[in-house]
Design a protein around this ligand. Structure first.
Ligand SMILES: [Zn+2]
Length: 171
């Protein structure tokens, strides 16, 4: 499975609620995890592989063998948050681009697992940052939308390069 690169249209489309908790969903999550590990990422949302569903996978260690840290969140929703802090983020849809993004420090997230069972997670720090970044993808929001004006200026050239390459590849 290929990761959609900026400014590919699926990235702005976001996802719709998952209603079928079947073998297809399980298979999709497995393939997304495989794609994430291969690309050396720590999180991947379904719109990033061109699928408009509210599904995301993550592993804060990025290690394929570390199944304990592997998570699949279906229809996730942030129900509480606390604190704000800046931290560096990258994104598999923006190869080579890193920027400082302000996020909540602590989160409570409600979601469903692959069986459709309701789950609640409290998290903080890097894990909370990944989850906020990936939930944004489900709404068609990208981390470059959340930069300060100074950071936006700093990465503008890189974004324009990506836009030019994208147009050139289409032609
Ligand atoms: Zn991303």
């Amino acid at each position: 499975m290929d990761v959609v690169k900026y400014p590919g249209a699926p990235l702005r489309k976001g996802g719709r609620k998952v209603t079928s908790f079947d073998a297809d969903l399980r298979d999709l999550a497995e393939r997304m995890l495989d794609t994430m590990y291969t690309a050396r990422g720590v999180g991947l949302a379904a719109p990033q592989v061109g699928i408009d569903l509210e599904l995301l996978v993550l592993n804060e260690t990025g290690e394929r063998d570390d199944r304990d840290h592997e998570m699949v969140l279906v229809n996730p929703e942030i129900v509480a948050n606390k604190g704000r802090e800046f931290g560096e983020e990258g994104c598999l849809s923006f190869p080579g681009l890193y920027a400082e993004v302000e996020r909540s420090v602590k989160l409570t997230v409600k979601y469903q697992d692959l069986d459709g069972a309701a789950q609640e997670l409290r998290c903080s720090g890097f894990l909370a940052r990944i989850i906020q970044h990936e939930i944004d993808h489900l709404k068609g929001v990208l981390f470059v939308d959340r930069l300060s004006s100074v950071e936006k200026m700093r990465v503008r050239g890189q974004l324009q390069d990506m836009e030019r390459r994208f147009e050139a590849a289409k032609a």
